[in-house]
Design a protein around this ligand. Structure first.
Ligand code: UDX
Length: 459
């Protein structure tokens, strides 16, 4: 194989949820923009349902065993993961063989860390393999410490705060939910811990983070073994740096955005003063109960700011009856990057999903963190206490965040001295995120290092 990136063929294997597809697709785009032939493999269900756009990336499919219904067709997460592992390994093997036979063989596989079985397939073919963590180093380290026995589960009440290498002291609400309550979703805990056991066999660890956002955590995670490279933020630079018109979003939204709705949202935002709107979204998976929806609705109304609230179709019936706010816009799904990069947005009321948080940090938008589950509590902790770009809600003893608390948090990020400080800090992180992506920045260098390293290994 020659020494040009164009002679490289990298296969990127995504886990089929929105929060995992988005960062890996953007990474594919970065590889392709540097001349690497990039094929992204999604499950047949996703491919057939969402018909990815054509472009600089090639598409292929593997099977999760549920080609007609995806995750919803499985009886539960355990059934899904077992079937996915078997069908995925088999169809990935066939895919690699097909590309070999067609004369355009794959040289390297980048696979979502949630699919560690892909490493065995890659090694069976002698390919370079990189495991891709979509979550931040802080969270990955916590799972790593559990896997290594440094943090034993369940964590005894008297052991808090938990002090772990290179992490801030962590109280229960700062822990990933599967760690704090290990019995809550044992199969999800297994899925996340299972990222670690065969990691030493990978050639690279790629992380969707920015080294400057979590320097200690990145250095600590680098000690695991394989070369670790942070490659985030996986956000098209178009949104951060409006000059770069070529690097727009590569769309694969698993939820529908009606073009008419997108356009009326744009118009609505244009009529609003600078920093006057709260954007509210809980990502692609989190569910609020009816009481929580009512408190959030009341908190938003009483805070009396403009707001855009993304309520997915499956959540709509939980909205208070007849809810038609004068100053609010309810959407089923948004072009989040476009919304967040609008000057009218003053803050992001978020579930602290990692992609949403990274997007908010890199677009300079202060946050109210209302974590729901999985990695979100730890990210919420970093938002409030490490990056200091906003506040985290206090949850009542009944598990509900009341409207008074919601209103107080919104005020904290929208008005007064603290809000000014949060905004200044957010702009600082935005600048660091932009620098990481620019020529000579940490993530830009890391992507080039990855490409050069793969070329070296296959020479
Ligand atoms: C999940 C987990 O919940 C998250 O914590 C983990 O880090 C990744 O997997 P999700 O809950 O969907 O993801 O949240 P998040 O990580 O924030 O990803 C959501 C993505 O969907 C973001 O890239 C966001 O821009 C996009 N989005 C969300 C939209 O484009 N429109 C919307 O209306 C809402």
């Amino acid at each position: 194989m020659g020494s040009e990136p164009k002679n490289l063929h990298v296969l990127v294997l995504t886990y089929p949820t929105q929060g995992h597809v988005n960062p890996m697709l953007q990474f594919c785009k970065s590889l392709a923009s540097k001349g690497v032939t990039t094929t992204v493999a999604v499950t047949a269900f996703i491919f057939n349902t969402f018909k990815p756009h054509d472009g600089s990336i090639h598409w292929d499919t593997i099977s999760d065993g549920f080609d007609d219904g995806g995750f919803a067709a499985a009886t539960g997460i355990e059934h899904y993961l077992e079937t996915f592992k078997a069908a995925g390994s088999r169809t990935l093997t066939e895919l690699i063989q097909r590309h070999r036979d067609s004369g355009r063989p794959i040289d390297a596989i980048v696979y979502d860390a949630l699919m560690p079985w892909a490493l065995d397939v890659a090694k069976g073919f002698g390919l370079v393999a990189a495991t891709f963590f979509t979550m931040p180093c802080s969270v990955n380290l916590i799972y790593y410490y559990v896997d290594k026995g440094l943090l034993r589960l369940p964590v005894a009440e008297g052991s808090y705060p938990v002090c772990l290498p290179s992490l801030p002291p962590l109280m229960p609400p700062d822990m990933p939910s599967f760690i704090y309550v290990p019995d809550s979703y044992p199969q999800y805990l297994y899925l996340l811990l299972n990222q670690m056991p065969n990691i030493q066999g990978a050639d690279y660890i790629l992380v969707n983070s920015v080294r400057e956002f979590e320097p200690l955590e990145t250095d600590e995670m680098s000690k695991i073994g394989p070369k670790l490279l942070t490659i985030g933020p996986t956000i098209p630079s178009f949104y951060i740096d409006k000059n770069n018109v070529n690097d727009k979003k590569y769309e694969l939204d698993l939820f529908t955005i009606e073009p008419k709705e997108a356009s009326s949202t744009r118009t609505w935002l244009k009529t609003k003063p600078k920093s006057s709107v709260i954007y509210v979204s809980f990502g692609s998976m989190a569910k609020l109960n009816t009481t929580q929806m009512a408190e959030l609705a009341a908190g938003l109304i009483e805070s009396n700011y403009y707001f855009i609230w993304v309520v997915r179709a499956s959540e709509e019936e939980k909205l208070p009856k007849g809810f038609a706010p004068e100053k609010g816009l309810i959407l089923r799904w948004s072009s989040q990057l476009e919304v967040l990069s609008s000057e009218a947005i003053g803050s992001f009321f978020t579930h602290s999903g990692w992609n949403s948080t990274l997007e908010s940090l890199c677009l300079g938008v202060p946050m109210v963190a209302m974590p729901q589950w999985t990695d979100q509590p730890t990210t919420g902790k970093y938002v409030a206490d490490v990056w200091k770009v906003g506040v985290r809600v206090k949850v009542g003893e009944d598990g509900i965040v009341r409207k008074e608390e919601i209103k107080a948090c919104i005020e904290a990020v929208m008005e007064g001295d603290r809000a000014i400080e949060f905004k200044q800090n957010a702009l600082k992180w935005k600048q660091l995120g932009l620098e990481a992506l620019q020529q000579g920045g940490s993530s830009s260098n890391h992507i080039e290092e990855f490409i050069a390293g793969v070329m070296d290994k296959i020479a």
